[in-house]
Design a protein around this ligand. Structure first.
Ligand SMILES: [Zn+2]
Length: 429
């Protein structure tokens, strides 16, 4: 007797109509047909069953704070940072926890069960750190939350930045962050990358830096990050978030940079929604897109995963906790519209992000954790196009969220009676 069998599922790898059985919270079998009974059975005929979505770059301490204490008038990254500086002294642990838990509820409803969040360590009170550690514990039964010690105002630039970051790691944050392009000088940025990689090596932690989040074609911190990764033997444990300056860099220089990043096994985390919104602000026309070189990095064998970054905070007034919205934007700004391209984009918000976060037992294979999202779409391409309803969200074999399919009744003479966009508008061959 199985705990759960999902019948006739379409899988992201193209298999159609297979059964998935769950025992002891793990995937026990994936077969064309499983002749057995289960405590719970779900009919997934014509529906995509995927592993849950994974967001490798988010700001849980800032989310849902839009309008506090005021709105971002220019809509720029730099006004966002100064606005966050105005809000920071007003933050309380209770309000931070309440907003983060509300966001986590939204995430679950969207089938997003793994999140890496940067946590600002600039305020020596470290109320953000205390709050996010409490949230990490509270959501553990349904969301894996990783926390990055993130010196928003600069590791060297902010007064007490060095001590605060180390204190935050002592308190139990999981990952070493950084923001080299925001330090006072290129040299301070370089030195911060080196110092932060040394801390990671000494403490045995991964690294995830906001890196070169500018349009400056001469910003070179990803080069330093890759070189220090190799120097400290951190290959595979280091992520470079944003990397928007790579969009503007000289092509010859990039032809040297990408192989170095590949040697260092850097995990690349563009944030398409935020990058397209915040970069290129100093340009008139033509206007740069502020998206790193996604296709070229993927082609070079680098692990590319996309982050949501912000939802309703000082930097971004949009967002809905939906990684399919992130992938949808990536298809546009990275100009990856081919069938194979879209498959790679779907991987970037699922399996690639899981690799970035170092998740164990993630995926659709026997022995993996029985974590799934069942979508009102037939395949990953339709999921990216429609951003459809998450019919079921399942964690360790148990349904933790469910929604009715969105089916519209048409009241037109002589036309079909209902529309199920996940079934009725797929291409017919
Ligand atoms: Zn960020």
């Amino acid at each position: 007797m199985f705990e759960l069998i999902i019948r006739k599922a379409n899988l992201p790898d193209g298999r159609i109509g297979v059964d998935i059985a769950v025992k002891d919270k793990k995937i026990a079998a994936i077969e064309p047909q499983i002749n057995a009974a289960a405590e719970t059975e779900i009919d997934a005929t014509g529906r995509l069953v995927a592993p849950p979505f994974v967001d490798p770059h988010f700001h849980m301490d800032a989310t849902l704070s839009l309008g506090l204490p005021r709105l971002n008038v220019s809509g720029t990254l730099l006004e966002g940072i100064s606005l966050w500086g105005e809000l920071r002294p007003l933050l309380t642990k209770e309000a931070l926890v309440e907003r983060a838990l509300r966001y986590c509820d939204l995430a679950v409803s969207q089938g997003l069960l793994f999140i890496r969040s940067h946590v600002d360590t600039s305020d020596p009170r470290l109320v953000t750190v205390e709050a996010m550690i409490e949230v990490r514990e509270k959501v553990k039964p349904y969301i894996d939350l990783q926390l990055v010690a993130f010196p928003q105002d600069g590791y060297y630039r902010a007064e007490g930045g060095v001590e605060s970051l180390n204190h935050a790691l002592d308190m139990g944050l999981d990952i070493v962050g950084g923001i080299p392009h925001f330090e006072r000088t290129m040299e301070d940025g370089r030195a911060s990358v080196e110092a932060l990689c040394r801390i990671a090596a000494d403490r045995g932690l991964p690294v995830d830096m906001h890196c070169d989040e500018t349009d400056d074609p001469m910003s070179r911190h990803i080069e330093t990050l890759a070189a220090q990764t190799v120097r400290f033997g951190l290959q595979g444990r280091v992520a470079g978030s944003h990397l928007t300056s790579m969009h503007s860099m000289d092509n010859y220089y990039v032809s040297k940079l990408i192989p170095l990043m590949a040697e260092a096994q850097i995990n690349v985390i563009p944030n398409p929604l935020i990058n397209i919104m915040l970069q290129g602000r100093h340009d008139t026309y033509p206007k740069r897109r502020g998206m790193t070189r996604v296709r070229e990095l993927m082609d070079a064998g680098l692990n590319v995963s996309f982050g949501h970054d912000c939802v309703m905070d000082p930097w971004y007034s949009m967002g809905s906790g939906d990684m399919l919205e992130v992938g949808h934007m990536a298809i546009h700004v990275a100009q990856m519209a081919g069938i194979a391209d879209k498959g790679r984009i779907f991987d970037a918000i699922t399996v690639n992000s899981a690799k970035t976060m170092g998740l164990k037992d993630y995926g659709l294979a026997k022995g993996c954790n029985a974590d799934f999202v069942i979508l009102q779409a037939a395949d990953p391409i339709e999921a990216l196009r429609l951003k459809p309803t998450r019919l079921y969200v399942i964690r360790r074999g148990k349904v933790i969220a469910q929604s009715k399919p969105r089916i519209t009744e048409l009241l037109l003479d002589g036309r079909p009676a209902t529309v199920d966009s996940g079934r009725d508008f797929v291409p017919r061959t």
